[in-house]
Design a protein around this ligand. Structure first.
Ligand SMILES: [Zn+2]
Length: 373
């Protein structure tokens, strides 16, 4: 008979990750959330000690402008049908609900929108999504919206339009987290000027260590931290090491002609185009240079050194990334991350902050501002 173990020492560490794209994967593939080939499923969450997770309702900008809301609602429905499994995982909309779910041994699942294009320029929809349980929105994805610029598109607004300012101040009043991952530097700075709420970058690394547009400048790291905000470190090798980013870019350049050929006749079929892009992403990471957990931890160390130990946490981007560090392959690997932080000299209370408490405190701050901003 198995000897009854004492209290598991890792259990007093809340592992709470700020970003995954598992929901859209579950919509598109016939996989179960209990066990699947995805980076995140219930069995891996259990194994890794993951207790709470922000699920992005990600909509590829290819669905904009007129199919984004439709697609977003379908991803939301995939959460309802596949992720909220009675007794195992539940939707949470407040920190109190999260604490109760975690105490009950269930995975606490928060909902965010990823991509401001989902609300199709209608700030009124923020309240609708709030009543559906959504508690945050990443303002852009890889392309500009009509009211804010993306870090990976040609600048157009160079800040926020009047509509953009209305949207962020409405988010502040509604009690929704304003997420600056994917947002251009100028638009991010405009957001920080427009609101007094704490803001976040749910899944972004440090540009100082990996010079790619998706990562945060030192100034933005300081400004987000000074707002009382949160920065979740991303596990995507291309955002950890620039050499991987360059390999992927070069591969994509090589696919351009083939992609254009295949896209012919599908211009009005975002489902097809989005699936096709993902297929090439998976191809583009093959043979990339290996990146390690320790190199990801360098970003956490750097962000903490600028913004303080209270601003940094985890934003894995699991199931939105086609590859991972070699020793951080999926949600079952969190114990290795905890051990890695320990090896890097973080004290236990600091490890607890990075692994979940910072994100929890940030969301509590956002929640308390509802109706008060
Ligand atoms: Zn993203």
């Amino acid at each position: 008979m198995k000897k009854k173990a004492g209290p598991d020492p890792s259990r007093d560490i809340l592992i709470f990750d700020a970003h995954c794209d598992t929901a859209s994967v579950l919509l598109d593939l016939p996989w179960s959330f209990r066990r699947s080939p995805a980076h995140l499923d219930l069995s891996k969450a259990r194994k890794g000690g993951l207790q709470a997770q922000v699920f992005a309702i990600w909509v590829d900008p290819l669905f904009a402008p007129h199919r984004a809301l439709h697609r977003g609602l379908r991803v939301l429905q995939a959460m309802e049908q596949k992720v909220f499994v009675p007794k195992l995982a539940m939707k949470v909309t407040t920190v109190a609900e999260m604490d109760a779910a975690v105490a009950d041994g269930r995975l606490a699942a928060w909902l965010f929108l990823e991509g401001g294009h989902i609300i199709e320029n209608s700030p009124e929809l923020l309240a609708v999504f709030h009543s559906l349980g959504v508690r945050g929105m990443t303002l852009t994805h890889g392309r500009n919206t009509d009211w804010a610029d993306s870090s990976t598109d040609t600048p157009r607004v160079r800040g926020l339009t009047a509509l953009g300012r209305r949207i962020v101040s409405q988010m502040e009043q509604t009690g929704m987290a304003i997420d600056l991952s994917h947002v251009s530097d100028a638009s991010a700075r405009a957001v920080l000027r427009a609101v007094s709420a704490p803001v976040m970058a749910s899944h972004s690394n440090a540009r100082k260590l990996c010079a790619v547009p998706r990562n945060l400048t030192d100034d933005l790291i300081r400004a987000i931290a000074a707002s009382g905000g949160f920065i979740g470190a991303n596990f995507h090798p291309a955002f950890i090491q620039r050499r991987v980013y360059e390999q992927i870019e070069a591969n994509f350049a090589g696919y351009a002609r083939e992609m254009k050929e295949r896209a012919k006749g599908h211009r009005d079929d975002p489902d097809f185009l989005s699936r096709m892009e993902w297929e090439y992403f998976q191809r583009a990471v093959k043979g990339n240079a290996a990146v390690t957990l320790s190199e990801m931890l360098d970003h956490i160390v750097h962000i903490a050194s600028l913004g303080g130990i209270d601003c940094v946490g985890l934003g894995s981007d699991f199931d939105g990334i086609a590859s991972t560090p070699v020793d951080l392959k999926n949600a079952a690997a969190y114990p290795a991350l905890v051990a890695g932080l320990k090896r890097r000299g973080f004290r236990r209370d600091e490890i607890r902050k990075v692994c979940g408490l910072n994100l929890k405190r940030f969301l509590h701050r956002v929640e308390r501002r509802r109706g008060r901003a």
